[in-house]
Write a protein that binds this ligand. Structure first.
Ligand SMILES: C[S@@+](CC[C@H](N)C(=O)[O-])C[C@H]1O[C@@H](n2cnc3c(N)ncnc32)[C@H](O)[C@@H]1O
Length: 502
């Protein structure tokens, strides 16, 4: 089995989170773990055996290989990849997250399955959350995926003095649960290094995650750690750097190494580059509230082109103008001319926006349309089923600012000079003071490159350098003091309510 290409394969891989580690990364990880002096190497999700093979390459047959795997097909792939039956003898076909071994290990290497929380069974979730609560004394947010519990399990099977090399999606440092998770890890383990990869150097090409490699020792925490950015994929520079004891400088141009304090690293998020100077005392949430756009539950039914609305003979007053996809907002500011152009291009711009008007008092054409929805079973759709009546739509005041929250370069603020509201493709920003003067000043702040540079501190990073910024995270966006001062807003901030989070 190899890294996925087709859609069906990708779906199968999503279920078990199977992405194989390339040799140039596996070698460096195994080299680090074995520096503990251990003659046993443990991999909790063996897959096609990348780490076990690396162990054989580095230490020959003296090394004992142990592991877990839940997918028999992956183990066939491991055998096909050159591991002998003796090599595989220490690999158990058993769930590591739910039934971990009792034994402790000095060398653990893992590329955990990347399985999102909604793909875990309720029983598994309950068991994993209860384990996490017992271990760290606090609950982990329900949105944590299986990889988060794998990390806790791996740390829990790590013997004192043992080493763990763990390659994982950056969201382990950026997700809502990151603060709880890392404050526990930071107080009990020693973080030696974090290795990040430029988009061109990703170990998992074609997979939409930003990988980080964590090198952790079961020893007293230390004040600082090495933060590495790998610029090019392949070669043995990473392994050589590990073998030379993680020095602060590298003779390899492909590795950029920075020494960071643990305090700054945990506060910024380990996957993110260090924050040079932190002069910001205010964040966006001190000036405005952020909300997601309208979730219709069924865009095909509720959101339509002007042409279709006319064909259905539904009067215009039952619609509000709306934006359905980020790409429809190309201009800055977004004006009524732009909205008209979308309409002329036959893009959907009309959102059926009904309240609790009695159905029999609606125009006959509209009643007819609702009836077609009922016949198509739309009232039973998720979200819609929770509404009373089912066609009652969420309301938003047209926001003076949109925020495009997903993309590589597309993440940006947009002034909205129309009466349009966005669907979930854009966020809505509602300043506490909506006077024209304040909106102008805020725009100056929102469009300043120094403000935009801080988006990486609150966004979640994805495979090709793309960012995603959730509403609550956007409220935590730091607005630099000097930018606020230049816009005449420094004295207008509300008392500080939000702390910078991950
Ligand atoms: C991301 S792959 C990594 C495989 C290999 N270690 C590598 O780095 O190439 C994770 C592996 O864990 C396995 N897996 C998923 N859930 C598991 C669980 N609960 N216990 C043990 N293995 C699991 C998957 O089938 C998959 O082969």
């Amino acid at each position: 089995m190899l890294v996925p290409s087709g859609g069906a394969k990708r779906e199968a891989l999503r279920v078990n989170g199977q992405f194989w580690t390339p040799d140039w990364v596996a070698d460096a990880m195994v080299a680090y773990a074995l520096q503990s002096g251990s003659d046993i190497l443990f991999d909790p999700g063996v897959g096609a055996g990348a780490f076990l093979r690396a162990g054989r390459r580095l230490r020959g047959t003296r090394l004992q290989l142990r592991g877990r795997e839940i997918d028999p097909a992956a183990l066939v792939a491991a055998s096909d990849s050159g591991l002998s039956p003796e090599d595989m003898a220490g690999v158990e076909l058993r769930d590591f997250a739910l039934h971990p071994p009792n034994e402790k290990f000095n060398a653990v290497v893992a590329n955990p399955p990347y399985v999102r929380h909604h793909r875990l069974s309720e029983a598994a979730k309950r068991s994993l959350h209860s384990f996490a609560r017992d271990l760290i004394g606090r609950s982990i947010d329900g949105r944590a995926g299986l990889h988060v519990f794998f990390l806790l399990r791996c740390l829990n099977v790590l013997a004192p003095g043992g080493r763990l090399a763990f390659i994982v999606s950056a969201d382990i440092c950026e997700g809502v649960y990151a603060r709880t998770l890392w404050s526990w890890i930071a107080s009990r383990f020693c973080l030696d290094a974090v290795v990040t990869f430029a988009p061109e150097a990703t170990p998992f090409p074609g997979v939409d995650t930003n990988a980080v490699l964590l090198l952790v020792r079961h020893d007293a925490p230390q004040k600082d750690f090495a933060w590495v950015r790998v610029a090019t994929a392949g070669g043995d520079s990473l392994t050589q750097w590990v073998n030379s004891g993680l020095p602060n400088a590298s003779k390899f141009s492909s590795l950029e190494i920075t020494r960071r304090t643990a305090e700054e690293g945990f506060a910024t998020g380990l996957s993110r580059a260090p924050v040079e100077s932190d002069t910001a005392r205010h964040c966006l949430g001190d000036f405005a509230r952020v909300m997601r756009g309208i979730a219709t539950g069924q865009n095909e039914f509720f959101f339509m082109t002007a042409k279709r609305a006319e064909e259905l003979e539904i009067p215009k007053r039952y619609f509000v103008p709306a934006i359905g996809r980020m790409r429809d907002v190309q201009t800055e500011p977004f004006t009524t001319d732009d909205l008209r152009e979308l309409e002329a291009a036959n893009r959907p711009t009309r959102l059926l926006s009904l309240g609790d008007e009695p159905r029999d008092q609606l125009p006959v054409a509209l009643q007819r349309y609702l009836q077609t929805g009922k016949e198509a079973n739309i009232p039973a759709c998720t979200l819609i089923a929770t509404r009373k009546p089912w066609y009652r739509m969420e309301r938003r005041t047209p926001p003076p600012f949109f925020f495009a929250y997903l993309g590589r370069r597309a993440v940006r603020f947009i002034r909205n000079q129309t009466e349009a509201v966005p669907l979930t493709c854009l966020l809505c920003i509602y300043p506490f003071d909506s006077s024209a003067d304040n909106l102008e000043r805020l725009w100056q702040v929102f469009s300043d490159p120094r403000t935009l540079a801080n988006l990486r501190l609150v966004g979640k990073s994805y495979g090709d350098g793309a960012l995603k910024v959730e509403p609550r995270s956007l409220q935590q966006l730091q607005l630099p003091d000097e930018v606020l001062l230049e816009a005449g807003l420094l004295s207008r901030a509300r008392p500080k309510q939000h702390e910078l989070g991950f």
